[in-house]
Design a protein. Structure first.
Ligand code: MG
Length: 282
């Protein structure tokens, strides 16, 4: 059977009660997820096979496994710059190993790739920092390629031009973009739809998330809001993905928890269904 174009999905964690998380995905009526893996001690091959079986029995595809690191903080944009991803020099080597362990886990799950916030890469392409971060990204991409995985860089912590420069400099065929349009707004990194067109050929996955600009973009956080209620223009976002020939999942990310999150995700699913119908995407 042909794969559906742009299946609607949701971002979930395998760290807590996985059966409950899977049931919630099924209740919402979805069969595609991006997954936060369990913590390092549980990232064994045996646990991966158990998780893969649970998802396959439920008929749910894992489209991406997402990296995260101990010590990261998203408290302010400036703290993100100091703590997130492969950019902070003090933890770069150690986190490279962690990323490779997530890649191993993703391959055991038979997932097609890993997603990662690499952090706020230097916008000065002549700096030693830029060169070393790109070197590490290339190394991890090669590690992923050996396991048949893509490495999808999440957008937002830099401008589209800076991200494009990273992708072109690293120059690996399996290096891709997980495009999160809201992040461009939340971090104040640029107008998301323009950015999507710039990096479009690299986009292999995305987050359907919405946000509103802060009064001081790039200094203070914008606000993450339910899908369709922010400044992204989700309908245009999906239309441009379609024009780019993108057929991958539309993975909803809603960064709150509890019943409000479930209600917002359900409303987001309906919105995306309506947009797909309007655009004639089946
Ligand atoms: Mg995201």
């Amino acid at each position: 059977m042909a794969k559906a174009h742009m299946p609607i999905g949701v971002f979930i964690s395998a760290g807590g009660d996985l059966s409950a998380a899977i049931n919630r995905v099924l209740e919402i009526g979805l069969n595609s997820v991006q997954l936060h893996p369990p913590g390092p001690d549980l990232r064994t091959k045996a646990r991966a096979r158990e998780i893969a079986d649970q998802f396959s029995e439920a008929g749910i595809d894992i489209s991406l496994v997402f990296c995260g690191f101990a010590g990261e903080s998203y408290k302010t944009i400036s703290i993100v710059r100091d703590t997130v991803g492969l950019v902070p020099p003090a933890t770069r080597a150690e986190r490279t190993k962690v990323t490779q362990s997530v890649a191993d886990f993703a391959s055991w799950l038979d997932a097609p790739g890993i997603g990662i916030h690499v952090g706020a890469v230097s916008e000065d392409p002549k700096s030693a920092e830029f060169a070393d971060v790109v070197r590490v990204i290339g190394e991890v991409a090669d590690y992923c390629a050996d396991r048949g995985l893509t490495m999808n860089l999440e957008t937002g912590q830099e401008t589209a031009d800076a991200l494009l420069h990273v992708l072109e400099t690293a120059n690996r065929p399996n290096l891709a973009v997980n495009f999160d349009p809201a992040n461009m707004i939340l971090y104040g990194s640029g107008e998301p739809l323009e950015a999507l067109r710039k990096v479009g050929k690299y986009v292999k996955s995305c987050h359907c998330k919405d946000g509103t600009w802060s009064a001081k973009p790039g200094v203070e956080w914008g606000a993450e809001v339910p899908l369709g209620k922010g400044d992204v223009n989700i309908e245009r976002f999906v239309a441009i993905l379609n024009e780019l020939g993108y057929t991958g999942p539309l993975t909803i990310e809603r960064e709150i928890s509890g019943e409000r999150q479930t209600a917002d995700i359900r409303a987001g699913v309906q919105l995306l269904k309506d947009i797909k119908a309007k655009l004639g995407i089946r």
